[in-house]
Every structure is written in structure tokens, then in C-alpha cells.
Design a protein around this ligand. Structure first.
Ligand SMILES: [Ca+2]
Length: 223
């Protein structure tokens, strides 16, 4: 008798991003993970750096950060800016309270089709802080996303795994071989769900399962 192995995936990383009022609580922009945020109700902080463009005054900042994993290019795009004077955006390095501008600063409003974007070079293992500020105290929601054309910033893994063997006689030991491609990140854990049961944590990226019953079996890998 043969066992047929059926594989499926489920992947979860990069939780919802929530904009934060202060640099110290800036939340990660994971590549390609678009989020709707707002400057409504946010404030300026004494630790906010100088705004180098637009009205030059920080009024109601919200904070994000981007972790570079390679030298390359990062792009931060903000859209759905419905008001005028709209929003300003600047990119910094360093640590909160003593940030240094990268020199990249721009503004966007309803007069710029509701969009603004900055493309900047990254250095591996560097954290970049992104400040979004309401021009003239403008309070409104916006969409923000960071992307990279060359694997420069932290991103979701590309999930994949192989089954070895994919069929055989019962009882059958099957190695679930993880072959996911990671794009940065820390504390990554792996777990497996077999035939709709509970998730079982793996000690590493791979795991071995003994199948005793004949039929088609399903796996879900959770990163
Ligand atoms: Ca703020």
C-alpha cells in the first residue's frame, strides 16, 4: 500500500504595523506590508529631530523603522494623502533622541496626487527611522509601505519545503525539509501541523514524521 503526501502552506510573520507617536516605539515596516496609519491625535516630542523640508516644524509625528539586511535600495511610499498641506517624511539613522538625517526628506499632499516617496541607499545591519509629520499640524490617515528591489530590507520569508520521500509503504518515515528563503528577521521558529492536528514545534527547520495509516496526508508549515 502507498501513502500519498499532500502538502500545503501557511505562513505568518510580520504582524500588523501600528504607527507610534514616539521614535522609541517606532514599528517595523516589513517589505511589501502596506498599512493604513494616521497622524490624528499624535504629538511632537522633545526628542523628535529637526524636520528638514516642508514647513520645517514637527507638529504631530508618527514613527516607523526599517532594518536593512543588505547594501541596496529601500523605497518608502506614502499614499492616500487627501489634504493640503498634507504630510512630510524624513529618513534618519542613529538612535532615538540623537537621530541624524540621511538628507532624504519630502512632502506630499492632495496637490501631489496624494502621494510622496523616498528611495534611499541602505547599508547592511543599519536601522533607518522614518518620521511622518503633519504639515501645519495636518491630521489625517495615510497608507505607507516600504519595498526593496534588491533584498535590502527585512521582508517576509518565501515559504517552501520538500517531503522526502513523497510516497511509500506504510509505516513511512517522512522528512519535512524546510527550504524557505529568509529575508532577515530574528527569533524565527518553525512548527508543523499534520493532518489538521495541533501545531507541533520543530527543534529546527526540518522535522521527521512517522505515518502509519494509508492515505493522503496534509502538512502545514508555520514560520
Ligand atoms: Ca510624535
Amino acid at each position: 500500500m502507498k501513502l500519498a503526501i499532500h502538502t500545503t502552506f501557511f505562513l505568518l510573520l510580520c504582524g500588523l504595523v501600528q504607527a507610534q507617536d514616539n521614535c522609541s516605539s517606532a514599528l517595523e515596516l516589513c517589505s511589501g506590508n502596506s498599512s493604513t496609519r494616521t497622524t490624528v491625535g499624535t504629538t511632537a516630542s522633545g526628542t523628535d529631530p529637526v524636520l528638514s523640508c516642508g514647513d520645517g516644524t514637527v507638529e504631530n509625528s508618527v514613527w516607523f523603522k526599517i532594518d536593512a539586511i543588505n547594501n541596496g535600495t529601500a523605497v518608502v511610499s506614502v499614499s492616500n494623502i487627501n489634504n493640503n498641506p498634507g504630510l512630510a517624511m524624513e529618513i534618519y539613522t542613529g538612535t532615538c533622541g540623537s537621530l541624524v538625517t540621511t538628507g532624504f526628506c519630502t512632502t506630499g499632499s492632495s496637490a501631489t496626487a496624494g502621494a510622496m516617496s523616498i528611495s534611499f541607499p541602505t547599508t547592511a545591519a543599519t536601522t533607518y527611522y522614518v518620521m511622518i509629520d503633519g504639515e501645519g499640524g495636518n491630521q489625517e490617515s495615510f497608507d505607507i509601505v516600504a519595498t526593496t528591489p534588491d533584498d535590502a530590507i527585512i521582508a517576509r520569508p518565501d515559504p517552501n519545503f520538500n517531503t522526502n520521500p513523497s510516497y511509500g509503504c506504510a509505516p513511512l518515515n517522512v522528512i519535512l525539509q524546510n527550504s524557505s528563503i529568509l529575508h532577515g528577521g530574528t527569533n524565527i521558529t518553525y512548527s508543523w501541523q499534520i493532518d489538521g492536528g495541533g501545531y507541533v514545534s520543530a527543534s529546527g527547520a526540518d522535522t521527521t514524521v512517522l505515518f502509519s495509516t494509508v492515505g493522503t496526508h496534509g502538512y502545514i508549515a508555520n514560520l
